[in-house]
Design a protein around this ligand. Structure first.
Ligand code: BTN
Length: 233
């Protein structure tokens, strides 16, 4: 794949810049990178705080059912290259322990997907976040990180993507609460994350019944001992 990398000092959101480029004819392989975003966006309408010196990029890719997992894997593996113990919270939040270090936002435009990646490089903008400089002594520039992400984004068969994803998953085996889909009208699902299926959907076991979740916001629940519970030791 030939990539065309366009670098900016400051943009409103690399997602918007990429979208405009796609409307003007840009194709798969276009990458928009900025040093700073004025209005960075996260998933579910949240803001992504984007001070100068972070990593903010939008990749134009083909729409692919496993695309969202593939991008998360590439970011987590790139961070693991520099000895950061990055894991994935379903579908593609990149965590170190329970703290978020990177996020991925996928927006489809026709048959193209704009995959936005934000990585906290030098600063953690909120208390629930961490950043690269806190998690490794290895010096990582924005360009180094981009190169590493691209190395891990090479095409792979679905079976391999799922294997890599499962190896990085911090969610499988955990008790979770998932706000399903775009609305929470049907209420959250609470249960044990049992795995992911061949389409990357999360399987949650609730009272011996498996629920299949295509999209949603997943929260890892802490283990809370119940009355009468005793540890094995
Ligand atoms: C999330 O975890 O909520 C997703 C965060 C995605 C942030 C990136 S930064 C580059 C791109 N431009 C944006 O406005 N958002 C994405």
């Amino acid at each position: 794949m030939n990539y065309q990398i366009l670098r900016y000092d400051q943009v409103s959101s690399t997602q918007d810049t990429a979208r405009k480029l796609v409307a003007a004819g840009a194709d798969e392989g276009t990458i928009v990178v900025a040093d700073e975003q004025e209005h960075g966006r996260g998933r579910r309408g949240r803001a992504w705080i984007s001070p100068s010196g972070g990593f903010y990029a939008s990749f134009v890719l083909r729409v692919d059912p496993l695309g969202s997992l593939r991008v998360g894997i590439a970011v987590a593996e790139a961070l693991r290259d520099v000895e950061i113990k990055a894991m994935l919270k379903w579908p593609n939040d990149v965590l170190v322990g329970e703290k978020k270090i990177a996020g991925v936002l996928i927006e489809n435009v026709g048959d193209l997907a704009i995959a936005g990646i934000g990585v906290n490089l030098a600063a953690a903008p909120v208390a629930t976040a961490t950043c690269v400089t806190r998690e490794t002594t290895i010096f990582l520039t924005q360009d180094d990180l981009l190169k590493r992400i691209l190395q891990h984004l090479t095409p792979a068969l679905p079976k391999e993507i799922l294997k890599r994803y499962r190896a990085l998953s911090a969610t499988i085996g955990r008790d979770v609460r998932v706000e399903v889909g775009a609305s929470t009208a049907s209420g959250p699902i609470v249960g044990r994350a049992a795995g992911i299926d061949s389409l990357g959907r999360l399987l949650i076991e609730v009272d011996n019944t498996l629920h299949t979740i295509a999209s949603g916001s997943c929260i890892h629940l802490r283990f809370v001992p119940q009355a009468g519970w005793r540890s094995a030791s």
